[in-house]
Design a protein around this ligand. Structure first.
Ligand code: MN
Length: 205
């Protein structure tokens, strides 16, 4: 039994159209995400093998493989749930108030997050995360699947800015992908993550 498994989506591959095409969704979930799951399990298997044989020569490579592939698995697992065919609009309630207070209003937050997404150099993610040390939200640019993010951050909202996430539909105009994506953001999921993060990580670090 592998440690990590590909989660099912809670909606059909066509559910996020016209904002994200069915072709992108199917390839992204069934091929790209699956590859990260497989890669993470393979890295764990090989690390176990290294411990069994006492041959640790490949540890640096395997640790990079584990971080990259598990990063991909975590990122996509959050990303799928961050989206819904019934999404869009603005957050309300406790999350809406907290975003407005932390980022000088929702409009300023949305511009900040959008800018973070559009200016990633190479492949990566824009992330709104709960910093469990400072007990506050921050926006980050995450490079590749695992870089440029401090430890102790709980992802609340993630946007995949790898070319595989948009190129078949938006080609080189990734700003249009980001604009469209705001229409499928599942704020109910983000609000539930925010509630769990701030109530369950107090004192963790
Ligand atoms: Mn992806």
């Amino acid at each position: 039994m592998p440690t990590y498994t590909l989660p099912d989506l809670e909606y059909d591959y066509s559910a996020l159209a016209p904002y994200i095409s069915p072709q992108i969704m199917e390839l992204h979930h069934s091929k790209h995400h699956q590859a990260y799951v497989t890669g993470a399990n393979t890295a764990l298997d090989k690390l176990a093998e290294a411990r069994e044989t006492g041959n640790f020569a490949l540890v640096p490579k395997l640790e990079k493989d584990l971080a990259f592939n598990l990063g991909g698995h975590v990122n996509h697992s959050v990303f799928w749930k961050n989206m819904s065919p019934d999404g869009g609009g603005e957050p309300t309630g406790v999350l809406g108030d907290a975003i407005a207070e932390t980022f000088q209003g929702f409009a300023a937050f949305q511009k900040h997050f959008t800018e973070a997404a559009n200016t990633i150099q190479g492949s990566g993610w824009a992330i709104l995360a709960w910093d469990s040390l400072g007990a506050r939200m921050n926006v980050y640019q995450l490079y590749d699947q695992q870089s440029n993010l401090p430890a102790g951050q709980i992802p609340l909202l993630q946007l995949d800015m790898w070319e595989h996430a948009f190129y078949l539909q938006y080609f080189n105009v990734k700003a249009n992908y980001v604009t469209a994506w705001w229409n499928v953001v599942n704020w109910a999921d983000v609000a539930a993550r925010y509630d769990r993060a701030r109530t369950q990580t107090a004192g963790l670090l």
